[in-house]
Ligand binder design. Structure first.
Ligand SMILES: [Zn+2]
Ligand SMILES: [Zn+2]
Length: 451
């Protein structure tokens, strides 16, 4: 009988970039196929990347992608020394839509089916459209909690979890050697914590032989102010209700739970929220899935859409992409924002700070930095951000809830699920998992482990 094996091509000694191959009998399935946040930084910079036209060639040159036969698309292999062959894998399962779990799908053979939650599908479609990051025309199949996908002899059960993005799942995988639990990314302090709890309960019941667990926060580099999502809401509300100035907020573009929090705070203070067309487009997509319950930017009067000057600089329709034009019925410009500062909360990320020059916020306005603090004190972007805020006399607030479990929550989860073996992924500190007293396999990239 064939062995049941796990091979980790990414997410090894790093946060993100998960690429996990499970083989069982004739089944060969990947769980996630993301890009690591630090990928290629020894050879490339943020403004100098691998040559797009050359497909995988530049990636292979520096060993940035594994050379696996029967996995990649013909186009991506065109200039490489790896010859194309028909896919010898069955499927890719995505835990959620974050870049570090999905971005390298673009290299994969377009014949390979991709299974994901419907929220993930909507997210990816929106990102492809608004950020020009094509992932290829894979045959997608969406799932929900309660479904079971059979890829003989495997059976894969997706179960929803709470993370910082809707449509996030963990998996229970039935193999011929017993059950494997894969957490994806998850947290226990978010607005949908009961979903994570449900996942943990199901994982306990299945008595897994192995657990592949994320470990983003198993050790934190330096103490960070971390709140729960409801604390972020409470504290943002204190800021918004205590001022008659405009409040700017920045959060990760895909951290749509944070948008919801800020939207609710704005609404309960009788303010409208100003968002950029890209977020409006994403919301419009997510409205298609009623389970996700997001406001419709074209129907909800609390939402306004900010248009910055482009091309002619006169805000005519032709200046904008077709997908942006839909939102012109909700259009506000810098002038509108400047004139209505006390009635607005504005979603403004660092790369749009130029707009502050036109908006001319009143002295003593507020800025909520609702994402994680920079990793080092010398972070250039962080310094530049503070220079801008100081220039405009805007008060800075740090308010963030992580999308990941704390160390204690992780340890408790593993204790409860009680797997025979733990394979830590998505962590810089896999050895720390040994503290759980469970057999911990400190994985190596590309090495195959037999169950
Ligand atoms: Zn991740
Ligand atoms: Zn994630």
């Amino acid at each position: 009988m064939d062995a049941t094996t796990l091979t980790f091509y990414g997410g090894v000694n790093e946060i993100g970039g998960n690429k996990i191959l499970l083989k069982d009998g004739k089944a060969k399935v990947f769980f996630d196929f993301g890009q690591s946040f630090t990928m290629g930084e020894d050879f490339f910079t943020s403004s100098f990347g691998p040559r797009w036209i050359c497909g995988l060639k530049d990636y292979f040159e520096f060993g940035l992608m594994p050379k696996i036969k029967g996995l990649y698309s013909e186009k991506q292999l065109m200039y490489t020394d790896l010859s194309y062959s028909r896919p010898s894998f069955d499927a890719v399962f995505l835990s959620h839509a974050h870049f570090d779990h999905t971005a390298h799908l673009r290299f994969i053979d377009e014949k390979l089916p991709v299974f994901c939650g419907s929220g993930t599908k909507l997210f990816l479609e929106s990102m492809e459209k608004t950020t020009f990051t094509p992932l290829g025309e894979h045959p997608y199949q969406t799932f929900r909690t309660g479904d079971a996908i059979e890829i003989d002899p495997l059976k894969v059960e997706p179960i929803h979890v709470d993370h910082s993005i809707p449509g996030a799942y963990g998996f229970i995988i039935h193999t011929s050697k017993g059950k494997i639990v894969y957490t994806g990314d998850l947290r226990a302090h978010g607005p949908k914590r009961e979903m994570t709890e449900e996942f943990i309960e199901k994982a306990c019941e299945c008595k897994p032989v192995a657990m592949i667990s994320e470990g983003t926060r198993i050790v934190e580099k330096r103490p960070r102010a971390n709140y729960s999502e409801s604390e972020v809401k409470e504290k943002s509300n204190e800021i918004v209700s205590g001022t008659n100035k405009i409040v700017f907020v920045t959060h990760h573009g895909r951290d749509i739970d944070r948008f919801r929090t800020i939207y609710e705070v704005a609404k309960q203070n009788g303010r409208k929220i100003v968002i950029f067309p890209r977020l409006a487009y994403l919301l419009k997509k997510l409205v298609e899935d009623e389970h996700l319950d997001f406001p419709d930017p074209l129907k909800d009067n609390n939402i306004l859409v900010y248009f910055r000057r482009k091309k002619t600089g006169t805000f005519i329709e032709e200046d904008y992409y077709l997908w942006e034009r839909t939102f012109m019925q909700r259009m506000v410009t810098a002038d509108d924002v400047r004139e209505n500062q006390s009635g607005l909360v504005m979603d403004l990320d660092f790369y749009q700070f130029g707009e502050l020059i036109d908006i001319k916020p009143d002295r003593g306005s507020h800025f909520i930095h609702s994402m994680s603090e920079p990793f080092s004190e010398e972070d250039i972007e962080d310094q530049v951000m503070h220079n801008w805020l100081n220039h405009f006399k805007i008060k800075f607030h740090q308010l963030h809830a992580s999308g990941h479990m704390s160390r204690q929550e992780l340890m408790e989860m593993i204790e409860r699920i009680n797997p025979k073996k733990v394979f830590p992924v998505h962590t810089e500190n896999p050895a720390f998992f040994k503290k759980t007293k469970k057999k911990t396999v400190v994985i190596e990239k590309g090495k195959t482990y037999t169950l």
